[in-house]
Every structure is written in C-alpha cells, then in structure tokens.
Write a protein that binds this ligand. Structure first.
Ligand SMILES: [Zn+2]
Length: 463
C-alpha cells in the first residue's frame, strides 16, 4: 500500500539557524473504506534560531505542530541551532523516540547547558519567560538513544531511518529516510572536503529526494592549508613581538581544529613552545568527548591519539576551568596565545581578554569564524578603532587578522559536488539565507533539469 509523504519546513528555511523539519507519512486511505490511515511523524532536528534581532522571531514562538504527536526525532549533530529547542519540545509533551550518534548524544548535555544561558538572555531582552530551564535539559537528554552509522531504525512498518557520516563535526550525521522504497536524504550541516578532523562525508546511494543545507550556497572558503599557515604565522608574530595572540573560537570543532594544528607544529618543532591558554570550560568538556571517541575522527588524527600523542594537547597548553583562574593569565608575560569563546565575542571569557589586550599594539587578534553583522567580533573585523565592551570604551591598537579556511561547512562547490553525486529527482534547499539557497537551487535544477524548491518557513510540500 503506497504512503503519502508531507514535508513541513517548520524552521531553518531561508535562514541558517533553527533547523527543524517535519515529515508526516500517512498510510493511504482505503478507497473502499474511505477511512484515513495511520500517520507517522518524524522530526529532523529541533534547533535554536540564533542572531535574531526581532523578538517576534525568537525561540519562544510556538511550534507549528503538536509535539505530543511526533513519533521520533533524529538529530544531525550537536550544534545549538540543530538541538537547542529539544528541551522545549520535551517540555511541551514530546514522548516519542529520540536518536543521535553516540558522540552527538554525549555532546548534547554540554551544548544544551550553554543554550540555557543563551535563551535566558534572549527571553530577558524580549520580556518573555525563558522557554525552558536546566531541569528541562536534564529531562530531555534522558530521552536520547545512541545510534551507529548505517544501523537502520524501524519507526513504523515500511519506514526506516539510517544515519550516515556528514563530515561536519564530531558525530555529525546525514539523516536517510526510506519509505516504501523511496529514499529521502537530509544533509543537516554538510562538511567540507577535505574535512579537518572528521572523515569526509558519505554519499548515500539511490536517493530520490535531497534536502540540502546551503549556508555557503554561493560562497567559497579559503583553503585549509593557507589558513593553517596563517594561524602559525600569527603565533610566530606573537613570538616576535612578545605579544598576545587572541583567538575567539567556537567551542565545538573550531577550538579542536586550532589545538590540533598547534600541537602538530609544536611536535614537529616548526613552532616554538609558548604558553597557550584554553580559557573555556565548555571547550574543555567538548574536547574530552573528542578524546573519548576516536572512532569519529579522521584516520591521521585517530592514529595520533591512539599512538599516545594527544592531538588536542601539548606541554605548553594550560586549560583554565574556574573563573578565578582566568585573571592569572594576565600575569604570564608574552608571547602567549589565548583561545576562548564566544566565537563572535558576543559573550564568554574572550570579552575580558579583548578589553585587556586590544589596546596594545603588541596584540594580534585572529578571527577564525563567521562574524554576524552587529556582533562585537564583526565590529573588530570591520576595523573599528574603538569598541564598547561591557560599558567600557576600548581602543583597538591590536593587529586584526582573519582566516576563512577553518569552516566545518561545505562551500558552494562542495555542496554542488555532493548534489551531483546524489543525483536526486527532486530537491529542496534549506538552512541558508535566501540568496545562497536560491543560487544553489538554480545550479542543481540547471544541472539535473529537476524541480528544486527553496521553501519558506512553515511551507508544506507533498512529496
Ligand atoms: Zn553545524
């Protein structure tokens, strides 16, 4: 008996964040009985919307479906914009099954603790009640079942879901839905090729419908080799000036990429051993998960770890966990490196270091990730001579450098290459700003001569 499939692009359509997609599969009503069949509801991701300036677009907005009716949710990976609203889903009555890879499952409580603070700040700014709290997080993470790649889960008769490696961050997955012989692939965030730390993404065969991300749908990245060299040059520059190198970095994946590059160069003797501070308890917890799961790492990184050379640690690395250890970093004379979150300097410990070091010309600040317009990081990147940090006017005399090659996202060419290998008969482009999503949609539709849509949030398509 054929089934009908409806896809609702609840959130994460025509924007980068807020990943949340609903698939409703209905057993076809019998023509003779005239009765509707059973409906199975599968969600992919339940993420935070981030960087929204308008309170009507916040994470307190109601879900467009009833959480109580969802049978199963599959998480693509542990970034907040893919998992950060799950505690609210549970709070509002979700009682279905929840699946993620074991690495994602272990990263989720760590990342959700951070999301609690983000949504509390947002709720305060918008005069809302926070949509969930720490207790909701604890309840939510108990729901999750770990799933290996390539192990199909039967959600209902004729409906199975399988996770494949997405090559984006530790434990990231493509979600593959098989419904009565029809295959749908949802990328989540797709990794670039080659990826820095995790194995390159897989390409599931026999796909009919592709739902692809498009964060960099119309842009290309610098090469990772050039970015590595730029990072090492920045460290050498700090040595020459006896100054401080500040690196605001996201705690999940970006910080580990930077540590692994510094570790390799110091081990090889191509970089002098200077003090490197990782001033981030969040990054420390995340790094511990990386070390517990070498099976999710690229072969060369895994071999370093298994051979006793921890790729995320070296003798001059100091990890500061408690807030009272953070000021002690000031007492250590340059040259030194300080890595801290948040990646766009919109919070976290990096701001204190920026207030202290940006006025000095011996300082270099290296921006290794995307800086959203309006963020402190963006103002620094755009060459501001003075910025406001927690009410203090801070002069910027530091040297400002930027590298683009550490992104964990597929770029324009990687996305198209993936679509070409998948060779779908129909496609939807999501998780990107309209311009990038439309650009990618036109390329895919031009290449295959197939229907490709760029859905709007809330739109429903019959597949
Ligand atoms: Zn991601």
């Amino acid at each position: 008996m054929a089934k009908t499939i409806k896809a609702t692009f609840a959130r994460g359509a025509r924007r980068v964040t807020g990943s949340n997609f609903l698939f409703e599969i209905e057993d076809n009503p019998s023509a003779t009985l005239g009765a509707g069949g059973k409906t199975t509801r599968i969600l992919i991701d339940c993420g935070l919307s981030q960087g929204e300036r308008f309170c009507e677009l916040t994470n307190s907005q109601p879900f467009s479906y009833d959480p109580k009716t969802v049978d199963a949710i599959f998480f693509t990976h542990a970034h907040a914009d893919h998992i950060g609203l799950f505690p609210r889903l549970v709070k509002e009555g979700f009682v279905g099954k929840a699946y993620a890879t074991v690495a994602t499952k272990e990263l989720m409580p760590i990342m959700l603790e951070d999301s609690v603070q983000l949504i509390a700040l947002e709720a305060k700014r918008c005069n809302n009640e926070p949509p969930y709290d720490g207790e909701d997080v604890a309840r939510a993470v108990e729901h999750i079942t770990a799933l290996d790649y390539h192990s199909p889960v039967s959600v209902a008769p004729g409906i199975t879901v399988t996770l494949y490696n997405a090559g984006h961050i530790l434990g990231s997955a493509l979600v593959v839905l098989d419904i009565d012989g029809r295959r749908i692939v949802m990328t989540g965030d797709l990794g670039r090729v080659p990826s820095a730390l995790v194995p390159d993404h897989e390409v599931p065969e026999g796909t009919e419908i592709l739902v692809t991300e498009s964060v960099y749908g119309n842009r290309t990245h610098g090469s990772i080799e050039d970015s590595k060299e730029a990072l090492l040059e920045a460290v050498r520059g700090a040595v020459a000036k006896k100054g401080t190198l500040l690196i605001p970095a996201f705690s999940l994946e970006r910080t580990q990429i930077i540590l692994s590059i510094i570790d390799a160069a110091m081990s090889a003797g191509t970089l002098p051993s200077i003090p490197v501070f990782m001033d981030s308890p969040l990054a420390a917890k995340v790094t511990a998960v990386y070390k517990r799961h070498p099976e999710f790492l690229r072969e060369e990184i895994r071999k370093r770890l298994e051979g006793g050379d921890d790729p995320f640690a070296f003798p001059s690395l100091k990890v500061t966990l408690r807030p009272d250890e953070s000021p002690a970093i000031s007492k250590v004379p340059g040259p030194k490196v300080i890595i801290a979150g948040a990646g766009m300097s919109h919070g976290g410990r990096i701001k204190k270091h920026e207030a202290e070091y940006l006025p000095h010309k011996e300082t270099t600040i290296l921006l290794v990730g995307y800086q959203v317009p309006g963020s402190l990081g963006r103002r620094i990147m755009d060459g501001a001579k003075e910025v406001d940090i927690d009410g203090q006017k801070i002069k910027i005399r530091a040297k400002v450098l930027k590298v683009g090659g550490f992104s964990a996202h597929a770029d324009r060419d990687d996305l198209m290459d993936f679509a070409e290998k998948i060779a779908p008969k129909r496609a939807f482009v999501v998780l990107g700003e309209t311009e990038g999503a439309t650009f990618l949609a036109q390329r895919i539709s031009g290449f295959f001569d197939i229907p490709v849509d760029v859905p709007r949030e809330g739109e429903v398509y019959e597949l």
